[in-house]
Structure formats: structure tokens, C-alpha cells
Design a protein around this ligand. Structure first.
Ligand code: FES
Length: 502
């Protein structure tokens, strides 16, 4: 985000009309908007914050069809044909980025690299041999190897050739420029708060502006306006990321991932002085569950320093991903949203190829074409769950209710010790007048108090001590210490409380 600049676009006011409205401006939203504009549709993009400032702005930018050990799992759970379609579709998204970058002349640090899933422990070898065989059967140029470019020995690895890494925001900047040149309209600082399905659909923003559009694309990572319980089919996780310089000659020349040790994902990127930036991801956790994220960053840094001698940390950040419960992304028509509302989510951390693939699928569906892989990713595949929706929803409600009750029962009374004993940087959730209250003491000693009840569906938020955010364990909404929405599906801030009562 420091090395790619976007122009600024003002918020929407008044009314607007377009063939297609795209909510969200990550790789799904901007790629879809660009595809639709190229197909001749009038397009408006509505972004609550700044362009690509959400999940896409925090990705490591791997473009690969090797997704850890997905192929052995896919052929076991969904069959050989599903594994083949998955490999072909993800590979086609990779090629599409290469083609579009070439067509538009986008300088986005696109580098061809092998992708490897490795293990250091011998116990992991059998699973990786199976994955290599499954990936090869699915159509990838995959092999099992014991030598890699990593500066430490591995017990084994799956290696897939001719994958790629890139600077996703530089790529999207190229799409934005071309989108605007084609007449596409973009509005930042414009949060869509309501969507009426109809013909056309009607969107309302937090400032009271409205948009009429025949087609609507919900590209908000976690799906908004989710009438059809997609939320209950998604699990959230958050990864910590660190990056820093690597001495010359130490580039491992590949993109690596292992599930061992809380997961580790590694790639490098070019720096202006010709050296390389090492990017390391890991320490996955469920948001809002009280994980000690400061300790997680420390473990990640120690691991990087031990495994990559000479590494010097320069940056740290975190990224949030979601996964569908059947392990396949959800791309296509939003269940319950009619024929003209589309959604793309559940990329399980592989949103670069998944996001570009979503753009090509949705743009094909919008133009009335038959998309070869849409069946695999169709969100309506959860139809059997929907048929049992009342039972399912009740179970979900019971779970949430108990979750809230259990948390409430454990909360201390905020009028006593817990708040007064908070050190700077610490936070707690307490009961005040019987209601859960989230309290943080900032570095200056000032208390910030908000309701601890998530404004999405009412779960109790938990604190992230490294990012200083309140996070919801149910569907991953994130809030600032004063309650502002940082990430949906929540649309409204946490209600502010008077810290003077504590
Ligand atoms: Fe759904 Fe909080 S994000 S209840």
C-alpha cells in the first residue's frame, strides 16, 4: 500500500443510474467492474473506504493454482472432475492476469515462479506425495521433490511450475485507469447500507444517495445483503504478516507454504534498490477469540530470523480470509437475490486467482453466457441447506444465543476492578448495568468504551491487542476502539458508552 498510489474519488451524492453497480473495490470488485466496462456496460463502483484498502490491500499477492493441499481434498470430497475443473479455472485466472497486464501495459512486478507446498517433518511426506499425484491428475505440472530453494532442508514438497507473483495494487491501478477511460464511475467513502432487489435494483448509501442498476455485484469479501444464510456457510480466519529486507543472493526463488507450525507462507518481492523484500505469513487465528496477536507477531519474526539469516523486519500487518464450509469459493448469483445480484466470496486465502476468476465468471453470467466453471462455484449449491433453512437457522441462532449467554455469564462487573486495573494498551469486556461493554485504555491512559454487542447479529466482540481492534468471532466484523466499522458484514458502528460510568 506504500508503493502503489490510486487517484482519489469523491463520495456519491444524489442519484445515479448504471447498467451495473459493484459494491466493494478489492480485486473482485475492480476486476469485475473492468470486465463489465470492457463488455460495454455502464458501471459504477461504490467503496465504503479507499480503493483496495481491505483484504486485497493486505494480501501477499500469490498467483497460483497450487493451494496448499487442495487437490487431494477436492478429489476425495468432490471427485476427480471437480479437482480438474478447479485446476483449470484457477490456472485460467492466472493466465488472464498475465494477458490483461500485457494488453494494458501494466507494470505490476509480475514474476514467474514455481509454487511449493513443503513439510520439514517426515510425517508430512505421505500427504504431500498424495497431493503431488492429485495435482498432476488434475492437470497441473506438479511433482514431488526433496530439494527446494529454501535455505533450510525440507522432508518433501509439491512443486508446480510456471506460477506467478505480482504487486496486486499496481495491477489494479492499471485496471482503474482503463476503467475510468471507458467511462466507469468510482465513488470512495460511499457505504451501501441497503439493497432492494428489483428491476432495476436500488441501492442506498449511508449519505442517502441512491443508485439504480439492473445488475449488482456484492464484492465485499464477507457478503452483505445476505438473505440466504451464506454467512453461516463461511468461516473466518486472520493471518499475521511480516515483511523485511533479505540480503542479496538469498532469494529462495519461489512461493512456499507449509501447514506445519501454525502455517507459514513465504514469497519475495523486488525492492527499488535491487534487493528483495521477504514476506512471511502465519499464526492463523479466528478473529475475536482473544488470541494474543502480539505474541503471534513475535513468533513469526523469530521464525523468519531463524529460517532466513539476515532477514530484517520492516513491516507487519494482518489479513482476513474466509472459507466456505465445503472448501469451494462461492461465485455467481446470490441465493435469494434474484437473477441479477451476484456475489463472490470464500476464497480461503487464495483470492488473487479466485478474485480474477470471479470477475470472469460474473461478467460472463451478466452478459448471458454459459460459464464453463460456474457450476463448481455456484453459491446456490447450498440449496439443500436452504431447504432445511428453518432448522439450520434455529441451530445457528441457538449457537449464537448460547455463545452470547456464556460470554455474558463470565463477564465481570465493570463498576469494579477489571476496568480500573487496565494498563495502557489493554482491554476488557465487562458488564455495565447488565449490558456487555468493551473497554480499552489507550497509550495515553484514556478509556474508550463501546457496546460489546456486534451490530451484525449480536455476538460479543473480542479484542485484538496488536491491531487494537474489536473483532467479532461469529462472522468476522471488525471495529475500531471507538466503534467505527473497519470490516463488515456489520454496517453500523458499536454504540459508544460513557467511560465515566466505569
Ligand atoms: Fe455477525 Fe458479528 S459479524 S454477529
Amino acid at each position: 500500500m506504500q508503493t502503489a498510489a490510486f487517484p482519489s474519488f469523491g463520495p456519491l451524492s444524489g442519484t445515479a443510474e448504471a447498467d451495473a453497480a459493484v459494491i466493494g473495490s478489492g480485486i473482485v470488485g475492480l476486476s469485475t467492474a473492468w470486465e463489465l466496462a470492457r463488455a460495454g456496460l455502464s458501471v459504477v463502483v461504490l467503496e465504503a473506504d479507499r480503493l483496495a484498502s481491505g483484504v486485497t490491500g493486505h494480501t501477499t499477492g500469490k498467483l497460483t493454482a497450487l493451494h496448499t493441499t487442495v487437490y487431494d481434498m477436492l478429489r476425495t470430497k468432490h471427485g476427480d472432475d471437480a479437482a480438474r475443473q478447479y485446476a483449470a479455472s484457477q490456472s485460467s485466472a492466472l493466465r488472464h492476469v498475465v494477458d490483461v497486464a500485457g494488453e494494458l501495459g501494466i507494470g505490476c512486478e509480475l514474476e514467474t515462479r514455481p509454487a511449493l507446498t513443503y513439510c520439514e517433518q517426515p510425517e508430512g511426506v505421505e500427504a504431500l506425495r498424495a497431493e503431488a499425484e492429485a495435482a498432476r491428475s488434475a492437470g497441473l505440472t506438479a511433482s514431488f521433490v526433496t530439494e527446494t530453494g529454501l535455505p533450510f532442508p525440507v522432508a518433501g514438497a509439491v512443486r508446480v511450475e510456471d506460477q506467478a507473483q505480482f504487486h496486486p495494487l499496481k495491477y489494479l491501478r492499471g485496471l482503474v485507469d482503463d476503467l475510468v477511460a471507458r467511462g466507469g464511475r468510482i465513488h470512495e467513502g460511499t457505504r451501501v447500507t441497503d439493497l432492494d432487489y428489483g428491476d432495476p435494483c436500488r441501492l442506498t448509501t449511508d449519505a442517502g444517495a441512491t443508485v439504480s442498476a439492473r445488475h449488482v455485484v456484492v464484492a465485499t469479501h464477507h457478503p452483505l445483503f445476505d438473505n440466504a444464510v451464506l454467512s453461516t456457510r463461511l468461516t473466518q480466519h486472520r493471518d499475521l504478516v511480516i515483511a523485511g529486507s533479505l540480503p542479496a543472493g538469498r532469494d529462495p526463488e519461489g512461493m512456499y507454504i507449509t501447514e506445519e507450525g501454525g502455517k507459514r507462507s513465504v514469497r519475495t518481492a523486488p525492492l527499488a534498490d535491487g534487493s528483495r523484500l521477504l514476506i512471511v505469513t502465519g499464526e492463523m487465528f479466528t478473529p475475536g477469540t482473544g488470541a494474543d496477536t502480539e505474541a503471534g507477531y513475535a513468533r513469526l519474526q523469530t521464525w523468519a530470523e531463524e529460517h532466513f539469516p539476515g532477514f530484517t523486519i520492516g513491516y507487519r500487518w494482518a489479513a482476513q480470509d474466509n472459507s466456505a464450509t465445503d472448501h469451494l469459493p462461492l461465485i455467481g448469483r446470490l441465493p435469494g437475490g434474484g437473477d441479477d445480484v451476484y456475489v463472490a466470496t470464500g476464497f480461503a486465502g487464495w483470492g488473487m486467482t479466485g478474485g480474477v476468476l470471479a470477475a470472469t465468471i460474473i461478467s460472463t453470467l451478466v452478459s448471458g453466457g454459459e460459464e464453463p466453471w460456474s457450476g463448481l462455484y455456484d453459491p446456490r449449491r447450498i440449496g439443500s441447506a436452504l431447504r432445511s433453512a428453518p432448522t439450520f437457522l434455529k441451530a445457528q441462532w441457538d449457537t449464537g444465543k448460547h455463545f452470547v449467554k456464556d460470554r455474558l455469564d463470565t463477564l465481570g462487573d465493570g463498576t469494579h476492578g477489571p476496568v480500573r486495573s487496565l494498563e495502557p494498551g489493554e482491554a476488557t469486556v465487562v458488564r455495565v448495568g447488565g449490558k456487555p461493554c468493551a473497554v480499552h485504555r489507550d497509550d495515553q491512559g484514556e478509556l474508550h468504551a463501546v457496546s460489546a454487542v456486534c451490530t451484525h447479529l449480536g455476538c460479543i466482540v473480542g479484542f485484538n491487542n496488536a491491531e487494537r481492534t474489536w473483532e467479532c468471532p461469529c462472522h468476522g466484523s471488525r471495529f475500531g476502539i471507538d466503534g467505527e466499522v473497519l470490516q463488515g458484514p456489520a454496517l453500523r458502528p458499536l454504540e459508544r458508552q460513557d467511560p465515566g460510568e466505569l
